[in-house]
Structures are given as C-alpha cells and as structure tokens.
Ligand binder design. Structure first.
Ligand code: BEZ
Ligand code: FE
Length: 288
C-alpha cells in the first residue's frame, strides 16, 4: 500500500499480516494496533512525546535485571498487571493479585506454627486459616509460599543486611488444609521510584506507596495456582494502592489478643507473654 493515511493505517497494518498468521496472534496484534493508532489520533501525539516515551522504554531496558524488572513495574503502575489478573479470574474463589518482583524461589520450609521473624523482634502477628475448594472441602497438603517485607519496609533482595530467605517461607497445609504461622505486622512501602516508572508517577502526581500486605502463592495439584496478596484493613493506603492490587476479599483484620492467651502448637508457644494480634484468612482455590 503506498497511499497510507492517518485514517487507513490500521487497515493497512491488518492487511500486512501473513495469511498463515496464528488466529490469536492476528486478533491480539490487530486490536493492539487499532488501540495504539486510535490513541495517537485521539491525543495528537507529538514527536517530542513519542520520543520521550521511547526514551523511558530505553531507560527501563537499561536498568532491568533479573532482580529488578522495570517493565513489570510499568505494567503494575499502569494497572495492566491487575487487569490481566481480573479478566482471567474465576468466580467464587480467592482473587489473585500482583506477584511483584520480590518473590524468591526455593524458600526454606516453614513448619505449621513456624515463626517468620528470625532476627526481628517486633510485635507478634499470628496468621491462621485453611485452604479449601469452592465447595468448602479442605485441600490437604496444599503448598503455601509466603513472603513479606521486614519491619524496615524492605524485601530481602533489596536489603544487604537481610539473608535472601529472610521473611520467605514454604509451608505445607495439614490433612485439614490448615496453615498457621507467626510473623511481624507488615508495613506500607514504596515501589522502586528511582527509574522511569518513578518519573511517570511523578509526572502524573501519583505517590509510589503500597498498603501493607503479605504475599502468598497457594498451589495444589488439580487446582489453579493462586498468586495473591492479603492487605491490612487499617492501612492508610488501602484505597490507593499504586499497583491496583487490592480486592474486597483480600482484606485481613488484625484482631488484638490479650496477654497470656498465646496458643499451643506454635514455635513461639510459651515465649509470647504480652499482647499479640491474630488474623484468620482462608484461601479458596479454583479447580484446573
Ligand atoms: C510487591 O508487592 O512486592 C510489589 C508489587 C508490584 C511492584 C513492586 C512491588
Ligand atoms: Fe509486596
């Protein structure tokens, strides 16, 4: 096509696709081009704006490493990661939420009732619940991969003073699908904002904060892997998560417990004399 115009360029693009193109590739690319072209026409994108966007992408490429993926972060703050989660969600099961860049593979096993705090001696939080299917049946032996920030707001991979497995643990639910552990109360923290994503947030007048949360990947054969996060109900950023991860069913409540009531069956049993808080949270998995 030699008479390409601002009006026909999307059709020309589609016409250039090969006849044998995989139908799904055709559908996705055609729609992507249509939205990109519509967007460009709608805002009358200038050369300077187009160049700036490409420079930001280049910068993202330069700083992306296995430990820090600026493109994933861009997807997160644009709401794309959460939207992909939501359009692929199943009804009546626990919502999924962003994985984030700080998961560590091969976390050390954490026994039921184990303590995640290790070197940090903060307030004790007891987290307990069951893994079930949507009919309410227990899922025995489900795997629960747990991670969170230390009280300083840093994940282990961001903090040279922490062991890489600090605040990471891999638990196996018991025959009733029960899991339980103790940890410290998670804190709100900021996503990395010293790169292009920070520049975009700044330009948009947005803050980089996430409400305090615990991360989980819950898995069991025959069920869909659940990648999710659970958020503190009283966190000031609960309604303004910069990566759009909060869902109604992912809110946990810390219920204060009186001194002297810490239960048996935990690594810390007999060691917690003062107040502590308790969270009850069940995970509902979809069948594969
Ligand atoms: C996190 O929760 O760990 C996270 C998610 C998205 C971007 C940065 C961090
Ligand atoms: Fe996180």
């Amino acid at each position: 096509m030699r008479n390409v115009t601002a009006e026909n360029i999307t059709d020309v693009f589609t016409g250039y696709l090969g006849e044998d193109t995989d139908p799904r590739v055709r559908e996705v690319l055609t729609s992507l081009a249509r939205h990109l072209h519509d967007f460009t026409r709608e805002v009358s994108l200038t050369h300077d704006e187009w160049r700036k966007a490409l420079e930001l992408m280049q910068w993202a490429g330069r700083i992306t490493t296995p430990e820090r993926n600026e493109f994933v972060l861009l997807s997160d703050v644009m709401g794309l990661s959460s939207l992909v989660d939501m359009v692929n969600s199943k009804p009546d099961v626990t919502s999924s939420s962003v994985l984030g860049p700080f998961h560590v593979s091969d976390a050390p096993p954490l026994a039921i009732g184990g303590d995640m705090r290790k070197d940090f001696d903060d307030e004790v939080i007891l987290v307990e619940g069951h893994v079930r299917d949507k009919e309410g049946n227990a899922i025995p032996g489900a795997t629960i991969d747990i991670w969170q920030t230390a009280p300083n707001g840093l994940y282990s991979s961001q903090d040279p003073d922490q062991d890489i497995y600090s605040f990471h643990g891999l638990m196996t639910a018991d025959e009733n699908g029960r899991y339980a552990f103790t940890t410290v109360r998670p804190v709100s923290y900021t996503v990395p904002s010293d790169g292009p994503v920070g520049e975009i947030l700044n330009a948009a007048g947005r803050h980089p904060w996430r409400p305090s949360h615990l991360h989980f990947i819950v898995s069991s054969e025959g069920h869909r892997n659940l990648v999710t996060e659970v958020f503190a109900a009283d966190d000031p950023y609960l309604d303004q998560d910069t990566v759009f991860g909060v869902r109604d069913d992912l809110v946990m409540h810390f219920v204060p417990q009186p001194a002297g009531s810490f239960p048996e069956g935990f690594e810390l049993s007999g060691k917690v004399e003062g107040d502590y808080s308790r969270v009850d949270f069940d995970f509902i998995l979809a069948r594969e």
